[in-house]
Design a protein around this ligand. Structure first.
Ligand code: AMP
Length: 553
């Protein structure tokens, strides 16, 4: 497919904000796409370069992109910065310079979708000395051949900032419409292969039956399930006919895949963390009975006596790519298994929790203090539940999970499946979208952060408040380093960053406010902790803000 044809669709999508219209435009695109391009085009409709199961970073931020645009079109860096200030969008800026370029290109040829994504997919592999230049060349090659509108979308795709409002929900619905298959089957297949490109291909070639036949593949990460928040212990326990209560540990969500001797450990964001935790690999080999299985667990840091420690400790290990052996000694961990996806050819996601838990008990051989089942009781007795809850709190845990024993495993946040019960005014998980460089003593740091909630339908982030307190100097340094890698654009002291970093934020109160895109503002927001184990699309939503606002009234 010609890239210009794809861009026509992007433009139509950009012109509407109506969900149904967007769904139909994407469906039309999928129907039009040639069979060999369908996988790619499905991802492209969301502006994704890789499926979510692939843990790769394109690694081009706004500054480098300004340089690339300037070079490609023979403009000065100052001119690009100036134009960018007017448009606020590097895509439109590139489009402008492409239209008015001074340099005639000799190498021009018509762009195809294939060519554009081939170059972009080479970016993460381009590392080491001279990599910036090679990255530059890959993007410039596209810009030189691009028509103005194409330049807009090449730049936006590279920066992973499409501004067309198509998220996974839209694509799921569009696949259902385009290939006349049920939406829930599309979603189910996606849960197993976490790639809408492949799901679209299967739906188009083999229809509903093909989707039903999709199998879990051990070694390929799966989307995990998450909990909603409960108002109180009573509410949670009373909601389910058959409830299980489990300790809620504060570590990192792990997904262990076992294929004989070969073990993989993935994070909640589907990143491969196997190399970081050699002891978990070893234990998994010893403690998981089946030849092949996939287990859901929480990996926590523990002290010498095996007592769980705060997550902050563990984050050092999750990030670390060297000195693994030393880190292993300094920050020992413990694995707590609580759920099951798959055992020896059998998919357990469609089975009820009671069955999954029983099977899990069968297949895990506990290793004292190292590899175990999470503490789990089954009761509808409030007094007993409260005892369990109090014990978790006094043991230094965050709280408990109350789970519906009759519910299947459904990735994402589902009403009526899992609930978490915690003590305090619920903090919010928000995404950092902008920052302001500090002044005076703080001028080396980005010290004020603009926070946003997630809008799952549009795949966008809506601003809801600025946070400038609660951060230590160490944390300021940490967030500055992280944000500098993600800068999309700068305007004076304000930097706009790719929405990647999730922070847990405490606050005094939620107030109505026309100042922010959500219509709500936070009073006295303060940083509780960085949440590198959460992906931005798992951040809290406007719905949640609204509910908390109502609740506090
Ligand atoms: P939150 O991150 O506050 O939304 O809570 C959900 C997270 O709690 C999950 O993603 C897990 O990482 C963690 N967790 C801790 N203990 C459990 C448990 N027993 N069952 C499920 N999730 C747990």
């Amino acid at each position: 497919m010609k890239y210009s044809e794809l861009c026509d669709y992007y433009e139509r999508l950009e012109d509407t904000t109506k969900n149904l219209e967007m769904r139909d435009i994407v469906a039309e695109l999928l129907e039009e796409a040639p069979a060999e391009d369908l996988g790619l085009i499905t991802l492209a409709s969301m502006g994704r370069v890789f499926p979510s199961s692939v843990d790769k970073d394109i690694g081009i931020a706004g500054k480098l992109m300004q340089k690339i645009v300037a070079k490609a079109y023979g403009a000065s860096k100052g001119e690009v910065v100036e134009k960018f200030k007017q448009t606020g969008d590097l895509g439109k800026t590139a489009e402008y310079f492409c239209k008015n370029k001074r340099q005639r290109s000799l190498m021009k040829r018509e762009l195809t979708v294939d060519k554009v994504f081939e170059n972009l997919r080479r970016l993460p592999e381009t590392t080491g000395t001279g990599s910036e230049e090679r990255k530059e060349r890959l993007v410039r090659e596209l810009l030189v051949s691009a028509k103005p509108v194409e330049a807009r979308y090449v730049v936006r795709t590279t920066l992973q900032e499409m501004r067309i409002g198509v998220g996974e929900g839209t694509v799921r619905d569009a696949i259902a419409v385009a290939f006349d298959v049920p939406k829930d089957k599309v979603e189910k297949a996606f849960f197993k292969i976490t790639d809408y490109g492949e799901v679209a291909r299967i739906a188009s070639e083999k229809g509903e039956e093909g989707l039903e036949e999709v199998e879990i593949e051990v070694g390929r990460p799966l989307r995990v399930m998450s909990a909603e928040i409960s108002e109180s212990l009573e509410e949670a326990v009373e909601e389910y006919d058959n409830a299980a209560l489990e300790t809620k540990l504060d570590g990192f969500r792990g997904q262990i895949h076992k294929m004989g001797d070969s073990i993989k450990l993935f994070s909640r964001r589907l990143e491969d963390k196997t190399d970081q935790f050699p002891e978990v690999v070893q234990w998994a080999r010893e403690c998981l009975r089946p030849e092949k299985c996939i287990v859901d667990c929480e990996v926590v840091a523990v002290d010498d006596e095996g007592k769980p420690l705060a997550f902050q400790n563990l984050s050092k290990r999750i990030q670390r790519k060297y000195d693994i052996e030393r880190m292993k000694k300094e920050i020992p961990v413990q694995v707590n298994c609580f759920d099951l996806f798959y055992v020896d050819g059998e998919n357990f996601m469609d089975k009820e929790l009671s069955e999954r838990w029983n099977k899990l008990r069968e297949i895990v051989v506990e290793k004292k203090g190292k590899f175990k089942l999470v503490e789990h009781i089954e009761t509808d007795d409030l007094e007993e539940a409260n005892k369990f809850y109090q014990k978790a709190l006094s043991g230094g845990q965050e709280g408990i999970m109350v789970k519906n024993l009759d519910a299947v495993y459904q990735p994402g946040k589902r009403v009526g499946y899992w609930k978490k019960v915690k003590e305090t005014m619920e903090p919010l998980d928000l995404v950092v979208v902008e920052g302001i460089w500090g002044e005076g003593k703080r001028s080396d740091w980005i010290s004020s952060l603009m926070l946003a909630v997630h809008d799952p339908d549009a795949g966008e982030f809506l601003k809801t408040g600025k946070m400038a307190t609660g951060m230590t100097e160490e944390q300021l340094q940490e967030i500055t380093d992280k944000m500098e890698e993600l800068i999309i654009s700068e305007d004076g002291r304000t930097v706009k960053v790719r929405p990647e970093i999730v922070v847990e934020v405490g606050y005094e109160e939620i107030q109505k406010s026309p100042k922010y895109e959500t219509g709500y503002a936070l009073r006295f927001p303060r940083l509780l902790r960085f949440r590198y184990n959460k992906s931005p699309d798992e951040a809290d939503t406007v719905e949640r803000l609204k509910n908390l606002y109502e609740k506090q009234k």
